[in-house]
Ligand binder design. Structure first.
Ligand SMILES: [Zn+2]
Length: 275
């Protein structure tokens, strides 16, 4: 039991919902994150968690769908400022779960319930770019070392406690808790994410329209107080839309218009398969 108590905060650290995370404090610091994990430690930790996630969550069986999402991911990862990890992109077959998250070391997961809300390739790419931005800005290292401590991290990396990674992941899925990045880290992920999206050739407006669709989805389900777990968040989704509307001004309108939306392609390659 002691171990469980020790590790519980860690589950809050390892998973990141794409559109919202509660605030743990402001120590993240905009563009001044402290990272205490080496890339190799981050990747090893991510590998341990990824094995457990894929045991506990249903990976979508459609190889073409997985390949399509990987292709979008590779396009985004190609322009990410972080090139020292092998990014992976996996679709989870859970049509009622509106979520996406990144593990340390570049492992990212997208639920079909979230994919159903997207209406274009650019909107899914916007979610993916936000997750890649958390990875690129090394938010996990800072968060995990702050919450778990190096001793617990080392024990998982070294495989000294085989049940620990499994326990963290199963607690995450049973409690439905989204991870806790700081307010500053979420803002940074939105800002850097929009830049990745734009440089990969997608219309950056997609990040805003996706966020608005998510708000609308929540409203339709009677969630006046943001009932979706992913809205248990600071900053609020409305605040994030406002921030994105400011950030987007950096990109010239005529350049934005030339970029891709990919609604038809998304319909054929993804929406037809995730209903
Ligand atoms: Zn986030």
């Amino acid at each position: 039991m002691k171990l469980k108590i020790l590790l519980r905060p860690a589950l809050l650290a390892v998973m990141v919902c794409c559109v919202g995370c509660a605030t743990l404090g402001e120590s993240g610091g905009f563009l001044t994150n402290i990272n205490l994990l080496s890339t190799s430690e981050e990747v090893q930790l991510g590998q341990r968690f990824a094995v457990e996630v894929e045991k506990q969550e249903p990976v979508h069986p459609d190889a073409e769908l997985q390949a399509y999402v990987r292709e979008i991911g590779a396009r985004l990862a190609g322009v990410s400022p972080r090139q020292d990890v092998a990014h992976t992109f996996t679709v989870i077959d859970a049509p009622d779960t509106v979520n996406a998250f990144a593990l340390p070391g570049g492992y990212t997961y997208y639920y079909t319930g979230l994919m159903k809300i997207c209406e274009s390739e650019a909107e899914l790419a916007a979610v993916m770019a936000h997750e890649l931005a958390h990875v690129a800005a090394r938010h996990h290292g800072e968060m995990i070392t702050r919450q778990m401590g190096m001793e617990a991290i080392s024990s998982i990396i070294l495989g000294e406690n085989p049940g620990a990674a499994a326990g963290i992941v199963s607690q995450l899925f049973s409690s439905g808790v989204a991870a806790r990045f700081s307010r500053m880290q979420e803002r940074e992920a939105d800002q850097l994410g929009m830049d990745i999206l734009y440089r990969a050739g997608y219309q950056p407006e997609a990040m805003i329209t996706f966020m608005q669709k998510l708000l609308e989805y929540d409203r339709q389900r009677g969630g006046g107080q943001h009932s979706l777990p992913i809205f248990a968040t600071h900053p609020s989704p409305e605040e994030r839309v406002q921030l994105l509307q400011t950030i987007i001004q950096r990109y010239p309108v005529e350049m934005r218009r030339q970029r891709q939306i990919g609604a038809e392609r998304y319909q054929a390659q993804a929406l037809a398969k995730v209903q």
